[in-house]
Each structure stands twice: as structure tokens, then as C-alpha cells.
Design a protein around this ligand. Structure first.
Ligand code: FPP
Length: 245
């Protein structure tokens, strides 16, 4: 039995989320510009999507650009937007052909107009695909997502469409960018940092966290498998005690 079959037998995580960290340090350690790290990061993302398809995950979420990343030097922000344009235009055919449904979460109104059109088009084109949902967190921050949700719920209450006393977890979840998506079972962060960094704050309440001492551009299928095996060793109890006996 190969390792892939072995982990499928032990129960696969339906949804894996990844904080793709360490592009800059990968480049610096090789005396290369940061942009080279981001380009190699885009290749690692391609590998991760293929691996997610091969391993039969339902959903893969990747943190591609945070709300805080807007404060990086304009040259780097422009470079990342350029890479995203290139990635979307270059990959959409293969993604669609492989049955990948694309979804973007984040404050899309802050993005350049042509990128908003590209992501709208790619979501519309792939909306009926069911092999894998690839969620790209772009201009995304967990706290900003809460604020947007609070505004949405408050507006509904002010308009008399929502009774504030009846707001429950399902309604909050439905007001988030991730409405309709399952919570991640497993969150992976590369580069050795051990923080959640404003990523999916509500949705990761019960997720297993795996930190890899490897920069994102070096990430490959074996790392995804290793993280899944680590996830399978852990017992998820959701705060509930095991039955006595
Ligand atoms: C973290 O590395 C990575 C990012 C800020 C951006 C992630 C982008 C990619 C993986 C490129 C591909 C993405 C798309 C959407 C095509 P860092 O720059 O924070 O690295 P550092 O912490 O070592 O400086």
C-alpha cells in the first residue's frame, strides 16, 4: 500500500488550508530578489493544487495576499498582482479541465479592476465543477472579514430583516466571505513561523495546525502528505470528553 492509500484509509481531511510563507526568505537565502521567491511560490502553488487533486481533497484554501500585504512596497505589491494575473490567465484552462471550482475570498473591491474581472470570470466559468474547490484568499484578513460580516448583519437588523436576539453561529458563518464552505480540518503554515496571522480566524476554531520548517517555494506533494499524516495522528475532540468507560 503506498502512502497515499494509507492516509485515505485513515480518513482524509476534506479541507486543507495553507499559509504559503517564506518566499522572501527562500529568495534571500539564494541571493535572489524577492520577486524570484514569489515566482517559485507560484510554481509551488501549481504543485499543491495538483497534489490536492491527486489526494482527493474536497477543498484547498491558500493565503495568497493578506490585507496587511497592501502595506508592502508598491513594487512588490505590483509584482504580486502581476503574478496573479499571469497565474489566472495561464492556469484557468487546466484548472477548469481538471474540474476545479475557483472561489476568491477577501476585500475584492481593493483589487485592480482587471483582476476583479478576471476573478469574477474564473468563478463564473468554474462554478459547476466538483472535483476540488480552490479557495484563494486575496486581499483577505480575518478581522476585516468579521467587520464586513458585522456590517452586513447590522444592516439586515436595521432594515428589520433580522432579529438581533436570533443571530446564531450559522447566521454569522453565512455572513462571512466563506459562506457555504466547510471549515478547514487542517491548516499548514510553511517557513517555520507558528502563527495564524489573521487567517480564517472564525473558521479555524477546531482546525489542526501543522507547521513545516520549509519555505513555501520548496513545498511539494510529499509535504502535503506528511502534514496529512500528522493530522491523522491527532485526535480531534472538539472540546468534548471521551465517553467514560
Ligand atoms: C509569503 O512569503 C507569501 C506571500 C506574501 C504571497 C504568496 C504568494 C505566492 C505563493 C505566489 C503565488 C500566488 C499567486 C496567487 C499566483 P513572504 O513574502 O511573506 O516571505 P518572507 O516572510 O520570507 O518574506
Amino acid at each position: 500500500m503506498d502512502s497515499t492509500q494509507a492516509w485515505i484509509e485513515r480518513g482524509r481531511p476534506a479541507h486543507v488550508a495553507i499559509i504559503m510563507d517564506g518566499n522572501g526568505r527562500w529568495a534571500r537565502s539564494r541571493g535572489l530578489p524577492r520577486s524570484a521567491g514569489h515566482s517559485r511560490g507560484a510554481e509551488a502553488l501549481r504543485r499543491a493544487v495538483r497534489a490536492a487533486l491527486e489526494l482527493g481533497l474536497d477543498c484547498l484554501t491558500v493565503f495568497a495576499f493578506s490585507s496587511e500585504n497592501w502595506y508592502r512596497p508598491a513594487r512588490e505589491v505590483d509584482g504580486l498582482m502581476g503574478l496573479l494575473r499571469h497565474y489566472l490567465k495561464g492556469e484557468i484552462g487546466e484548472l477548469h479541465g481538471n474540474g476545479v471550482r475557483l472561489r476568491f475570498i477577501g476585500a475584492r473591491e481593493r483589487l485592480p479592476a482587471d483582476i476583479i474581472s478576471l476573478i469574477d470570470e474564473s468563478e463564473a466559468r468554474t462554478r459547476d465543477n466538483g472535483q476540488l474547490t480552490l479557495v484563494v484568499a486575496l486581499s483577505y484578513g480575518g478581522r476585516q472579514e468579521f467587520v464586513a460580516a458585522a456590517r452586513r448583519l447590522a444592516a439586515a437588523a436595521a432594515a428589520g430583516r433580522l432579529d438581533p436576539d436570533k443571530i446564531d453561529e450559522d447566521q454569522v458563518a453565512a455572513a462571512l466571505f466563506t459562506a457555504g464552505l466547510p471549515d478547514p480540518d487542517l491548516v499548514i503554515r510553511t517557513s517555520g513561523e507558528r502563527r495564524i496571522s489573521n487567517f480564517l480566524l472564525w473558521q479555524t476554531a477546531y482546525s489542526e495546525l501543522v507547521f513545516l520548517d520549509k519555505f513555501w517555494p520548496d513545498f511539494d506533494k510529499s509535504d502535503l502528505e506528511a502534514a496529512i499524516l500528522e493530522y491523522q495522528k491527532r485526535q480531534r475532540r472538539y472540546g468534548v470528553l471521551e465517553e467514560a468507560g
